[in-house]
Design a protein around this ligand. Structure first.
Ligand SMILES: [Zn+2]
Ligand SMILES: [Zn+2]
Length: 264
């Protein structure tokens, strides 16, 4: 087995995924509580102490909620760019954190974590310096692409040639506009070019980056109030069907449960 991927939980209120090789275990984001992360790793027969690294996409709490306690319980290196780390350190809720072993990377520059090469790339989102990640090992590539308002050229380039794509399908535009009880300003934020990808935008991006190589798309970061798993799945499946891309499997990640582990 080259790489295994399990999404421990994903949605507007918390995001965390586990990527593993035979000898390296990496968490991508730590947006569930420390306890939940521990419990979900236990479902897989694993524990927090076995983690080699945490990678952070950006400082929003749905990506960093569990970080502080996780790091207090064991010294896991935390990889983030400078602005993300600074935003967390200066966040009063997060508090001062001498316990976090920061490893600062530069957006756009690849680095290694154990078996993996990690390539952080810029995404358009309303955070200090938000990134997506390409993780590769043994000629397999996973691209993490959540929390972005629109697909830039760079995003499309990084998402293409992946074996697996973790792709944001945040909201159904109609649900967000009509039914969803959110203040107007927040709706504007979500819909903006630095907000979140709608189902429709996710479907268009999936269509753009589909190759023969792409074998699995995980739809992630669904809004609990302004989306339904079936709507997200249908939007993307319709596009893929139209392309004749029957070789691509679709999984919709959930907030409260783990996805099945994918081995590639
Ligand atoms: Zn965010
Ligand atoms: Zn988020």
């Amino acid at each position: 087995v080259g790489i295994q991927l399990t999404i421990l939980g994903s949605g507007s209120s918390g995001n965390c995924a586990l990527v593993e090789s035979d000898r390296t275990k990496i968490l991508v984001d730590a947006g569930l509580s420390c306890r939940q992360i521990g419990e979900r790793l236990a479902v897989l027969g694993k524990n927090v102490a076995a983690l080699d690294a945490i990678l952070l996409t950006h400082e929003h709490s749905d990506h960093a909620r569990g970080l502080k306690r996780l790091c207090a319980s064991c010294q896991i290196p935390v990889f983030a760019n400078k602005l993300t780390a600074e935003a967390l350190v200066s966040d009063t809720e997060f508090g001062p954190n001498g316990d976090v072993s920061w490893r600062i990377f530069t957006t756009g520059h690849a680095f290694s974590v154990g078996d993996f090469e990690v390539e952080p790339f810029s995404v358009p989102h309303d955070a200090q310096d938000p990134v997506g990640f390409v993780l590769s090992h043994a000629e397999r590539r996973i691209t993490f692409l959540t929390d972005l308002g629109h697909a830039t050229k760079l995003v499309i380039e990084r998402a293409r040639n992946a074996d697996v794509l973790v792709l944001e399908a945040n909201h159904d535009v109609k649900m967000l506009q009509d039914d969803c009880h959110r203040p107007w300003s927040l709706k504007q934020r979500i819909l903006s070019r630095h907000g979140h990808l709608s189902n429709e935008a996710a479907a268009a991006l999936a269509e753009t980056v589909t190759t023969e190589r792409l074998q699995h798309i995980f739809l992630a970061h669904l809004s609990r109030d302004c989306n339904r798993p079936q709507l997200a799945r249908d939007a993307v499946a319709t596009k893929l069907d139209r392309l004749g891309a029957q070789h691509i499997a679709l999984t919709v990640a959930a907030q409260d449960e783990l996805t099945p582990t994918l081995s590639l």
